[in-house]
Design a protein around this ligand. Sequence first.
Ligand SMILES: Nc1ncnc2c1ncn2[C@@H]1O[C@H](COP(=O)(O)OP(=O)(O)OP(=O)(O)O)[C@@H](O)[C@H]1O
Ligand SMILES: [Mg+2]
Length: 239
Amino acid sequence: MPVITFANAKGGAGKTTAALILATELAAQGYRITILDADPQRWITSWHELSGVQRNISVISEVSMGSLQSHIRENRDQTDYFIIDLAGARDALVATAIGLSDHVMIPIQGCAMDARGGAQILELLQQLDKRAGVRVAHSVVLTRMSTVVTTRAMAAIKQLLSERGVAVLDTPIAERVAFRDIFDCGGTLRTMDPQRISNLDKARENARLFAEEVLGRVPARRGALAACRSALETRVRAA
Ligand SMILES: Nc1ncnc2c1ncn2[C@@H]1O[C@H](COP(=O)(O)OP(=O)(O)OP(=O)(O)O)[C@@H](O)[C@H]1O
Ligand SMILES: [Mg+2]
């Protein structure tokens, strides 16, 4: 089952936020998600404790270098996507997680344009390729984008990165209150109250487009697709 890892050696780039948005959106679409919370700060674990049982989402905490592989092995039959959230570091755990991944998402703050932490992850990916012949697909996702950033500015950032051979997702993650408050409220974007959270509809649409693009780049394996289709059919029948 595909393993998607969020990595950026610099703290605060938006890894955990992007990982949780993706996890909750895919889960709502019927995919079974296992989140491996490999950040000692345990933000996703705290979100899960606050939220209670969430359909299609399991969270495994206390993930270490030694346990990472066995978590994946032991849970793969009941998982369509593994999502790994890492600390903002460049250490052995980060390197191990990257080596086990089908796709590495590198969140970079669009406005700050501070790509150094992201560049360190790109270096790790290159080393893995050179030393072990392991090529891991990867993409940059621009995060915390100001909603007033023009399409021209976006295109310039993409151009800069693509000149270095780095793919950038078409969908940036915007700076939204909902993406911050989800950690305080618990639950998902779909269970949040639109009366209380400004622009919740826009955040939901952003999450949908982001997940759709990730699904396009990291397709689910066939069993998962069948499960998803049957979940959809059940919902259509119930409606
Ligand atoms: N799209 C967003 N909209 C609003 N706030 C955001 C967004 N992305 C991140 N934040 C906020 O920015 C801060 C850092 O984000 P986050 O925790 O996701 O980064 P991180 O890369 O996981 O950090 P760390 O390296 O410390 O684990 C948090 O306070 C979070 O709520
Ligand atoms: Mg984090």
